[in-house]
Design a binder for this molecule. Structure first.
Ligand SMILES: Cc1cc2nc3c(=O)[nH]c(=O)nc-3n(C[C@H](O)[C@H](O)[C@H](O)COP(=O)(O)O)c2cc1C
Length: 158
């Protein structure tokens, strides 16, 4: 089984989890980036990213594997932006035919909204079997992340 973990991360929460999941599953790891980087300040990031996500924009991305077709099982990692997947992951799902190969998703949020995002993603990810909601490192419940991630990996393997 050829597996890929594909993620986007602005402040590295999702990146760290993606590295763990890829290592545990012996999967290939790919980081999606915005072709035009986000602005430097937090306020501008919140404004631009929030607007892109809530309006369903598909900003240009880079880092998509050339041999995407070769992966039979894809695990997606995304921060929550405005209650939805971050816009680079939205672009990935809109522009590349991977929806039926995404079997698992892990999301990071600053407090909530993971379930809302998964509910909306489930409409297009028809084979989604596992998901896990993780908390930003600044959030008090982030101490549960390692245990949740371990269980997530076990669920994928079972
Ligand atoms: C543009 C933007 C929008 C966000 N919207 C939400 C949100 O709607 N709900 C929430 O709980 N957290 C929200 N957050 C917080 C991020 O989901 C959270 O910090 C996440 O852990 C970031 O992951 P990363 O470090 O991999 O980028 C938002 C952050 C950004 C930058």
């Amino acid at each position: 089984m050829k597996r890929a973990v594909i993620y986007y991360s602005l402040t590295d929460n999702t990146k760290e989890a993606a590295e763990f999941v890829a290592r545990e599953l012996d999967a290939s790891l790919f980081c999606i980036e915005l072709a035009k980087p986000m602005p430097e300040t937090k306020a501008k990031q919140m404004f631009l990213g929030g607007m892109q996500a809530s309006l369903g924009f598909t900003p240009e991305i880079k880092g998509v594997p050339q041999d995407l077709e070769a992966y039979e099982e894809i695990i997606l990692g995304t921060p929550i932006w405005a209650g939805k997947e971050a816009s680079p992951i939205h672009t990935l799902l809109k522009k590349y035919a991977i929806a039926d190969r995404v079997y698992a998703v892990f999301t990071f949020s600053g407090g909530g909204d993971n379930e809302k995002c998964i509910a909306s993603l489930s409409k297009t990810l028809v084979n989604l079997k596992c998901n896990v909601a993780l908390a930003d490192r600044a959030h008090e419940s982030s101490s549960n992340n390692p245990q949740k991630l371990k269980q997530f990996v076990e669920d994928i393997l079972s």
